[in-house]
Design a protein around this ligand. Structure first.
Ligand SMILES: [Zn+2]
Length: 450
C-alpha cells in the first residue's frame, strides 16, 4: 500500500546543517572592494575550488571599485527588467539581455519564461548575492566574466504565505559596452541542494489548478495533471479532517518526468520513495541564520509513481506541507508518525478498522522488536527497519494517552522549539509525562486496544 512506502519527510533545517560554508558568505548588496573580494574568495576557496585573480596592480583601487559599482547597477537593471517581463508577459523584454551567440540559452529561456508566466507569481524579484570565481568559467568567457550567485525571491499565490527564496547562478559578460547573460548553469554544482531544479527549470510545464491545489506536470500531460489535482483535493480533505491544525494553505504538487526536482533525488537516495515533501525558505540556510527560516513545503512525486498517486499517499505528504511552516524542529518519529497517522485514518474511513488493526499488530510483533529505541533523526531514512510503522505506533499510543488535540499541540511545540535534544525532552515530558526512553518502553509493552 502506498502509504507504507517510505516517503522522505520534510528535510527541514536538519538536512541543511552541512551546507556549504560558501552560502554563509552573503554580500547582501555591498559593493566589494578588490581587497574584500580577495579575502572572501580565499575564504570560499575550500568550498568552491576556485581562486581569485590577482588584482591588476597598475589600476587604482578606486577605479576598480567604481567599475564594480557600475557593473552592479547594470546587472541589477537587467534583473529588474527580467522580473518585470514575467509580470507583464513580455517575452521580448525577458530575452533582451541574453547573449545572442548562445542559441541554446535563448531556447531554454523561452521555455523558462513561458513556465514562469504560467505559474503566475504575485511577487517576483532577482538580486545579486556574492560574486563567485571559477577559472574554467573565466577561461571560457574571457576577462569580463562575472559569475554571480542570484537570489530569486517569489511568491506563488495561496501556496506561499510569504515570499520565498531560491538560488541561481548567472554568468554575465560585457560586450560592446553592455552586459549580457551568457549562461545560467555554471554555478549549479556550488549552490545549495535543489538549486536551479525548481518546477519551472526543467522543461515546458503546464499547471492544473483546483481549489487549494496547484499541480505541475509536463506540457500536454493534462489528464494525469487533473487526476493528481483531484487526489490532492481529497488528501487535503483528509488532513483537515484527521489533523486538528487549522491550515488554510494550498498544496503545490510537482509531478514531472524527472528524477531530480528541488532536493528530491529519486534516482539514488530517495529511490524507494513514492513522493517527498521538500522545504521552502523565506530566508535560505546561511542567509540570516544557519538553519534558515522555513516557509512551507512542496510535494514532489517520484516519476515512476505518477500513475499510482492517490489520496492516501498525498494525505501523508500534505500533513508534512501543512506542518512545514511551524519551524521544522520536530523529531522525525513525530513528523512521520503524524503523517502516517493521518493517512491510516483515511484508510480506516474507507475500509473499516480491520486493516488498521492488522497492520498495528504487525508493527507491534515485527517492527518494534527490530529496534532498541525510538528511531532517531540520524539515519532515519536509511534505516532498514520499519521506522515509519514504529513512528506511527508512537503517535497512535500518544493519541490514546493524551488525546489527538494534545498530540497536535505537542507537535507544534516541538516544531517551534525542539531545536536540541534537551528542549525536545523537556517538551515531551511536560506534555505527556514521558521521556523518549519511557515512551519507547511503553511501546515495547503496548497491546493495542480493540
Ligand atoms: Zn513522510
Amino acid at each position: 500500500m502506498s502509504a507504507t512506502t517510505p516517503n522522505s519527510g520534510p528535510p527541514g533545517p536538519r538536512r541543511w546543517l552541512g551546507l556549504l560554508v560558501a552560502v554563509a558568505l552573503v554580500s547582501g548588496g555591498v559593493v566589494y572592494t578588490v581587497e574584500q573580494r580577495e579575502q572572501d574568495a580565499d575564504a570560499r576557496a575550500t568550498a568552491t575550488q576556485t581562486v581569485s585573480p590577482a588584482p591588476p596592480k597598475s589600476t587604482k583601487p578606486s577605479r576598480i571599485a567604481a567599475a564594480v559599482a557600475a557593473r552592479r547597477v547594470a546587472i541589477d537593471t537587467i534583473l529588474i527588467r527580467r522580473a518585470q517581463a514575467v509580470q507583464t508577459g513580455n517575452e521580448a523584454l525577458f530575452l533582451a539581455d541574453l547573449d545572442p551567440a548562445n542559441k541554446k540559452l535563448r531556447a531554454a529561456q523561452k521555455i523558462l519564461f513561458a513556465n514562469l508566466v504560467e505559474i503566475g507569481f504575485t511577487e517576483l524579484g532577482y538580486s545579486q548575492a556574492e560574486e563567485r570565481f571559477n577559472p574554467s568559467v573565466l577561461k571560457a568567457h574571457g576577462s569580463t566574466t562575472y559569475l554571480v550567485r542570484i537570489l530569486m525571491r517569489y511568491q506563488i499565490p495561496k501556496v506561499d504565505f510569504t515570499p520565498v527564496t531560491t538560488e541561481l547562478g548567472y554568468t554575465f559578460i560585457a560586450r560592446g559596452g553592455r552586459w549580457l547573460l551568457t549562461a545560467d548553469n555554471e554555478l549549479d554544482e556550488d549552490l545549495g541542494p535543489g538549486a536551479h531544479r525548481e518546477a519551472w527549470d526543467l522543461g515546458r510545464i503546464e499547471v492544473q489548478r483546483g481549489p487549494r491545489v496547484l499541480v505541475v506536470v509536463e506540457k500536454g500531460d493534462t489528464t494525469r495533471g487533473r487526476a493528481i489535482a483531484t487526489e490532492a483535493a481529497e488528501g487535503l480533505h483528509e488532513v483537515s479532517t484527521y489533523w486538528p491544525l487549522k491550515w488554510t494553505g494550498s498544496v503545490f504538487v510537482i509531478a514531472l518526468d524527472e528524477t531530480e526536482v528541488r532536493d528530491a533525488k529519486f534516482a539514488d537516495e530517495d529511490i524507494e520513495s513514492a513522493a517527498s515533501t521538500g522545504t521552502t525558505f523565506s530566508s535560505l540556510p546561511g542567509q540570516d541564520t544557519a538553519d534558515g527560516t522555513v516557509a512551507g513545503g512542496y510535494v514532489v512525486i517520484n516519476p515512476n509513481e505518477r500513475d499510482r498517486v492517490d489520496e492516501i499517499l498525498l494525505s501523508h505528504e500534505i500533513t508534512h506541507v501543512a506542518t512545514a511552516d511551524l519551524g521544522g524542529y520536530e523529531p522525525l518519529w513525530l513528523a512521520e508518525g503524524a503523517a502516517e497517522y493521518v493517512s491510516w485514518r483515511g484508510i480506516e474511513a474507507v475500509s473499516g478498522p480491520g486493516e488498521v488493526a492488522k497492520w498495528e499488530q504487525e508493527v507491534v510483533d515485527d517492527a518494534v522488536p527490530q529496534l532498541t529505541s525510538l528511531p532517531s533523526d540520524a539515519g532515519f531514512y536509511q534505516n532498514s527497519a520499519d521506522v515509519y510503522g514504529v513512528s506511527w505506533l508512537a503517535v497512535r499510543f500518544l493519541v490514546q494517552r493524551i488525546g489527538l488535540g494534545q498530540v497536535e499541540e505537542l507537535y507544534e511545540d516541538m516544531a517551534r522549539n525542539g531545536t536540541d535534544q534537551a528542549s525536545r525532552d523537556r517538551i515531551l515530558l511536560s506534555r505527556t509525562g514521558l521521556t523518549e526512553a519511557t515512551l519507547w518502553t511503553s511501546l515495547t509493552t503496548y497491546r493495542p486496544q480493540r
